[in-house]
Design a protein around this ligand. Structure first.
Ligand code: ATP
Length: 576
C-alpha cells in the first residue's frame, strides 16, 4: 500500500488526468450509484408487491403505486446504466487517446535516450500493455471503488433507519466484504500479478528480439529452439493466468458465502423486527431481495482491487519515461545557429566517453567526425541533438542551451539522417510528407525531385502513389536513403546530423547519395559521422576523435598533405 501511495505522489499519468477531468469522473460514479439504487429499488418494490398481492388489498392504491414504481425503476435502471457506460467509456477513451499521444511524443522526442534505457520490446509492451492496464484501472477499479464507497454509506444510513443494532451488523459485514477481502486478495495476488507482468514483458522483448534476428535463427537452422524458447514463456504465462483465474474463483466463492450470510441474517432480523406488524410483514421479502443488486457491485470492487497490482507496475514503468517536452509551448525561429561545445564531458556508467571537448560549428559549415568504433562519435551527436545531457560543460546553439532549445522552437532545429531510415507501408507521398505533415503535394514532389528520385518515380506505374511496402522493402537501400533525405528537406531544420547514412551502400551508390546530400543541403549546417572517406572532400573540416578527445582537426585538403593517418584511410577506401 505504501508503494502505491509513493507511486501516486510522484505520478505524472493518472493523477494529473484525474485532476483535469473531475466532472466526468464524478458523473460516472454518480450514474453508477443511481443504477445500483434503481436496481435495488426495483427489487425492493417487486418484493413488496409480490407479498402484498398475496393479501386482500384494503385499498387499490397499495397495489397500484408499487406497480407504477416497479415500472419506473425498471425503466430507470437501464437508462442510468446506459448513461453511465457512455460517460465512463467516453472518459476512459479520452484518457487513452491523450495517454497514447503523450507516450508517442515521449518516445519520439527522446528516442535515443529511451533506446539506451529500454529495449524495443519493452517500449512495445508499454504501448500495448501498460496503457490497457490503466484503462482497466479506471473501468474496473476506480469507478467501482468510488461507487462501492458511496453504496457503503448509502446502505448503512438506510439500514440505520430501521434498526441501529442491525446497522452495526451491516457495517461489520460490509467492511469485511468491501475492505478486508479486497485488501487481502490484493496482497495475496500481488506476487502472481508481478510474475505475470514480468512474463508478459519478457514475451514482448523476446518476440521483438526474435523478429529482428529472425534471419539469423533461420540461417543457423535453430528454428525449433526459437519456437521452444517462446513456447516455454507462453506456457509459463498461461499457467500464471490460470492460477489467477482459480484465485478469482475462490475469492468470488467466499464473497458469495458472505453475501448469503448477510441475506439470511437480514431475512431473520427483518422478520423479527416486523413480527407483530401485519402490514410490515410485506417488507421482509422487499429488504431481502434489495440486497442482490448490491452483490454485483461488491464483487466488482473486489475484482478491481485484486487487479490493482497490475496497475502498480504499469504506473511505475510509465513514470520512468521522460516527460514529452515536445508538448511545451513552441516559440519562433532561431536566427543564429552556431553550435558551440564548451569543455563537454560525458560518461556512461562511470566510463568517460567524451572528455572536455571544445567545438564550434558555424552556420552552413560542414564537418565530418571520424574515429575508431567506440570512440564516442554517436555520443557526441546525441549530445548535440540534446538526446542526452553532458556531465559538465555546455552545448549551445545561438548562445542558448541546446537542451531547452530543441523543444521550444516552432520548426525543428536539428534533423537526423541515420543508418536506417524508417519507411512505412504507405504511398511515397505519405512517407515523404512525414517530414512535415503541413507540406502540400507540390512541396513533397519538389523535395523528391531535388533528391534525384524523379526518374525512378516516372518509371513506376503508380508514380507517387506507389506503396513502399513494409520498411520500404519495395526500394533499394540507396533509394530508401534518398526518400529519407527528401523528408529532411521538408523539415527545414538548419542543422542536419548525418549518422553514417550510407554505411550499408556499395561505394558507387554511397558516393552518389552523398553527392546528392551535400548538394541539396548546401545551405545547412552538416555534422556527419562516418567511417569511410568517400565524399570527405565535401566537408569544410574533418575531426578525428580518439578516447573522447579530438586528436586531429583540419580541412581535408590540408590533411591530405599533412596526415599520414588520413592518407592511409584514403588509400584503404581507394580514394586518390
Ligand atoms: N547506452 C549506453 N550505455 C552504456 N554505454 C554506452 C551506451 N551507448 C554507447 N556506449 C558506449 O560508449 C562508447 C562510445 O559509443 P558511441 O556509440 O558513441 O561510439 P561510436 O564512435 O559512435 O562507435 P561506432 O562507430 O561503432 O558507431 C562505446 O564504448 C559504447 O560501448
Amino acid at each position: 500500500m505504501n508503494k502505491i501511495k509513493h507511486l501516486l505522489a510522484r505520478d505524472q499519468w493518472i493523477v494529473p488526468f484525474l485532476k483535469t477531468q473531475k466532472s466526468g469522473f464524478f458523473w460516472s460514479i454518480l450514474l453508477n450509484l443511481l443504477t445500483i439504487v434503481a436496481a435495488s429499488a426495483l427489487m425492493f418494490v417487486s418484493g413488496y408487491l409480490i407479498s402484498r398481492a398475496a393479501q386482500r388489498p384494503d385499498n387499490i392504491l397499495l397495489i397500484y403505486v408499487p406497480i407504477v414504481l416497479t415500472r419506473a425503476f425498471g425503466i430507470a435502471r437501464p437508462i442510468f446504466r446506459y448513461a453511465q457506460r457512455l460517460v465512463s467509456h467516453n472518459w476512459v477513451l479520452r484518457f487513452v487517446s491523450k495517454s497514447r499521444q503523450r507516450l508517442y511524443e515521449s518516445v519520439a522526442s527522446t528516442a535515443s535516450s529511451i533506446r539506451g534505457r529500454f529495449q524495443t520490446g519493452e517500449v512495445l509492451s508499454l504501448l500495448a500493455d501498460d496503457l490497457d492496464q490503466l484503462q482497466n484501472l479506471y473501468l474496473r477499479t476506480l469507478f467501482p471503488l468510488g461507487t462501492g464507497l458511496l453504496v457503503y454509506l448509502f446502505v448503512s444510513v438506510a439500514v440505520g433507519t430501521v434498526n441501529w443494532l442491525f446497522m452495526l451488523w451491516w457495517l461489520v459485514m460490509l467492511t469485511i466484504i468491501m475492505i478486508i477481502v479486497p485488501t487481502m486478495s490484493f496482497l495475496m495476488n500481488r506476487a502472481r500479478v508481478h510474475k505475470q507482468k514480468q512474463l508478459q514483458s519478457q514475451l514482448y522483448t523476446d518476440a521483438t528480439d526474435a523478429v529482428l534476428g529472425l534471419q539469423d535463427w533461420v540461417l543457423s537452422g535453430r528454428q525449433k529452439d526459437l519456437v521452444a524458447q517462446q513456447g516455454y514463456i507462453m506456457a509459463n504465462l498461461a499457467r500464471t493466468k490460470n492460477a489467477g483465474m482459480t484465485f478469482g474463483w475462490w475469492r468470488d466463492f467466499v464473497l458469495q458465502i458472505l453475501v448469503l450470510i448477510l441475506v439470511i441474517t437480514t431475512l431473520t432480523c427483518v422478520g423479527w423486527q416486523f413480527k407483530n406488524n401485519h402490514m410490515a410483514v410485506n417488507f421482509i421479502a422487499a429488504f431481502t431481495l434489495a440486497i442482490f443488486p448490491l452483490v454485483d457491485d461488491f464483487i466488482g470492487v473486489n475484482q478491481g482491487v485484486s487487479e490493482a497490482s497490475f496497475y502498480e507496475d504499469s504506473i511505475e514503468r510509465l513514470n520512468t519515461l521522460p516527460l514529452p517536452e515536445a508538448s511545451q509551448i513552441k516559440t519562433g525561429k532561431l536566427n543564429d545557429t552556431t553550435v558551440v561545445l564548451n569543455h563537454v564531458t560525458f560518461k556512461y556508467d562511470n566510463k568517460k566517453i567524451i572528455d572536455e571537448v571544445d567545438l564550434v560549428v558555424h552556420p552552413g559549415e560542414k564537418i565530418a567526425l571520424l574515429g575508431r568504433s567506440g570512440s564516442g562519435k554517436t555520443t557526441l551527436l546525441k549530445l548535440i541533438a540534446a538526446d542526452i545531457a553532458p556531465l559538465s560543460g555546455s552545448i549551445t546553439i545561438g548562445n542558448q542551451p541546446v537542451s531547452k532549445l530543441q523543444h521550444q522552437l516552432s520548426t525543428p532545429l536539428v534533423a537526423v539522417l541515420d543508418q536506417q531510415s524508417y519507411l512505412f507501408n504507405t504511398s511515397i507521398l505519405n512517407n515523404v510528407r512525414m517530414g512535415n505533415i503541413k507540406a502540400t503535394d507540390d512541396q513533397v514532389k519538389l523535395a523528391i525531385k531535388q533528391t534525384g528520385l524523379q526518374p525512378l518515380i516516372d518509371s513506376l506505374p503508380n508514380g507517387y502513389e506507389t506503396q513502399m511496402q513494409e520498411a520500404g522493402a519495395r526500394f533499394s537501400g540507396g533509394e530508401q536513403q534518398r526518400f529519407a533525405l527528401a523528408r529532411i528537406l521538408l523539415q527545414d531544420a538548419p542543422i542536419v546530423i548525418l549518422d553514417e547514412p550510407t554505411v550499408s551502400l556499395d561505394p558507387k551508390t554511397e558516393y552518389d547519395v552523398l553527392t546528392q546530400i551535400f548538394k541539396v543541403l548546401q545551405n545547412r549546417t552538416i555534422i556527419w559521422v562516418t567511417h569511410h572517406l568517400t565524399g570527405i572532400d565535401y566537408v569544410d573540416q574533418a575531426y578525428f576523435l580518439e578516447n573522447g578527445r579530438f586528436v586531429l582537426a583540419d580541412t581535408p585538403k590540408n590533411l591530405r598533405k599533412t596526415s599520414a593517418h588520413f592518407q592511409q584511410l584514403l588509400a584503404m577506401d581507394g580514394i586518390n
